[in-house]
Ligand binder design. Structure first.
Ligand code: HEC
Length: 142
């Protein structure tokens, strides 16, 4: 009887932890998807104002995604594409987010000057910061 109760308790605890990790990765994925959408808006924008709004959103999301509460230790694997290598190389992972934040901040500042062409040129540099992290810390699509 005791063993059954303990087993039930442990199973309950485990599923709570799994559910939490899953919802965290859903939050992350949602933010990444919105970031992808705003990248598309910038690349297709036909006026500086639209590009500026998307650049501001990108910068906000880059900051949000960098918060460590979205990346608790070993919240990779399972349904997420986050590799567990992230938590073996946390300083490097953080540095890559810092590069992203610098790139989106720079983009936002250029976009605020109101020249669409310059904004789209600055935008092209951002793709590299996305790829440099994905190559190391994101596993292929499941
Ligand atoms: C510091 C690392 C890092 C940077 C920088 C980064 N990503 Fe990601 N990205 C990840 C990781 C890790 C995942 C997997 C997250 C998960 O599944 O929990 C991911 C997932 C994604 C996804 C997949 C969401 C889905 O549908 O599964 C998209 C889209 C994405 N990133 C877009 C971007 C774009 C666009 C940029 C640049 C503007 C970017 N990322 C920059 C690490 C990064």
């Amino acid at each position: 009887m005791k063993i059954t109760i303990i087993t039930v308790l442990i199973l309950g605890l485990l599923s709570t932890i799994t559910a939490r990790a899953e919802s965290l990765s859903n939050d992350r994925i949602e933010l990444f998807r919105t970031m992808g959408k705003n990248m598309k808006i910038i690349s297709q924008a036909d006026n500086a104002k639209t590009a500026l709004m998307a650049a501001k959103t990108l910068d906000k999301i880059a900051n949000k995604l960098s918060t460590s509460s979205l990346w608790p230790v070993n919240s990779g694997d399972g349904n997420t594409r986050a590799k567990n290598e992230i938590w073996d190389n946390l300083p490097d992972f953080r540095a890559k987010f810092k590069n992203l934040r610098e790139a989106t901040k720079n983009l936002k500042e250029i976009a605020a000057l109101g020249n669409l062409k310059n904004t789209q040129n600055a935008f092209r540099k951002i793709g590299r910061t996305c790829g440099s992290c994905h190559r190391v810390y994101r596993s292929p699509k499941k």
